[in-house]
Design a protein around this ligand. Structure first.
Ligand SMILES: Nc1ncnc2c1ncn2[C@@H]1O[C@H](COP(=O)(O)OP(=O)(O)OP(=O)(O)O)[C@@H](O)[C@H]1O
Ligand SMILES: [Mg+2]
Length: 296
């Protein structure tokens, strides 16, 4: 079950425009929004409810291997909700109900026989606020491999690799037994990224990972994301337009539409495309208004 691309509606044909497509859509629209060539995950007809509240409506999205996809949009449009669906984190939210499919390498992670804990070892998550465990730097990294029963020949080596992978090793190599709480906010966030990559996921979800960081720490985490991209698929929620433009390959723009009777605002995907198209030539007026700061 794959997502069908939108079909073009033709206008009046002419010699220069035999299909009539350009007459309706303009020359630029002759190309369909391009989709990732090598998909790792896809959300298909994803709907999310919190009790009776329909929070997210019919989201179809494809995430490409070794790409960074940014989810952007105004507050409350369902970005975090969608992100949490991608590794079954919403299972932990009381009253949350997910409909539709999230296919990871072609397998629906919501299928009956799928263990959500196993899902999260393949699809890791980094949260908005750095949340190291009240343990040493070393044990923060070793914890995941230990509890998931990963076969590890040399834990010291694994810890070093994860910290190097998160560009933190040089700063902490002499204090691995000290508490993670002694690190700065930016270091703590890189520790959380190291903790995530220690269990060797292939997808990393990040929900506003830099919102609690200063510009220097933000820039380090952005550089790190770009480095990690060669080994991982990254999906990031951000309110920072420059960040989305700087780091992501593709961007999905969401908005929230109020229900006419209840006034409840349901989130929906407006547009998904290569980041450069979203920021330079968006198709939808709502995307244009948002990225130019006129809305949200
Ligand atoms: N645990 C929950 N229980 C009930 N409603 C929730 C819950 N979490 C989110 N919602 C609602 O679902 C909608 C989408 O919320 P979500 O947190 O996904 O938005 P968001 O786009 O991430 O917003 P922000 O940019 O402010 O983080 C909102 O209306 C929110 O109030
Ligand atoms: Mg959010």
């Amino acid at each position: 079950m794959s997502i069908k691309p939108a079909t073009a509606t033709a206008g009046a044909p002419s010699a220069a425009d035999p299909s009539g497509f350009a007459a309706v859509h303009g020359e630029a629209d002759r190309q369909l929004a391009d989709v990732p060539p090598d998909p790792v995950m896809e959300a298909y007809k994803l709907n999310v409810y919190y009790g009776d509240f329909h929070a997210v409506h019919d989201v179809n999205l494809t995430f490409g291997k070794n790409e960074i996809t940014a989810l952007i949009g105004p507050s409350g449009c369902g970005k975090s909700t969608v992100l949490r669906c991608l590794n079954r984190m919403n299972d932990l939210v009381t009253g949350a109900r997910v409909e539709g499919e999230v296919n990871y390498h072609g397998q629906n992670i919501y299928a009956k026989n799928v263990d959500p804990i196993a899902v999260r070892t393949h699809i890791g998550m980094v949260f908005q606020k750095p949340n190291p465990f009240p343990k040493s730097i070393y044990d923060n990294i070793a914890y995941g491999p230990r509890v998931t029963g990963m076969k590890v020949d040399d834990m010291d080596e694994l810890v070093e690799q994860a910290l190097r992978g998160a560009a933190l090793w040089d700063e902490v190599k002499d204090k691995l037994k000290q508490s993670a709480y002694g690190l700065s906010g930016g270091q703590q966030q890189r520790l959380c990224i190291a903790r995530t990559i220690a269990t060797r996921p292939d997808v990393i979800l990040m929900d506003e990972p830099c919102s609690a960081l200063d510009p220097i720490a933000t820039s380090r985490v952005e550089d790190l994301m770009l480095e990690l991209r060669s080994d991982y698929t990254i999906i990031i929620v951000t309110h920072n337009m420059q960040q989305a433009a700087r780091v992501s390959d593709r961007t999905a723009f969401f908005t929230a539409r109020p229900d006419e009777t209840t006034g409840n605002r349901t989130g929906l995907l407006v547009e998904f495309d290569q980041t450069r198209n979203i920021f330079s030539n968006p198709h939808d007026k709502r995307t244009e208004d948002y990225i130019s700061g006129r809305f949200g």
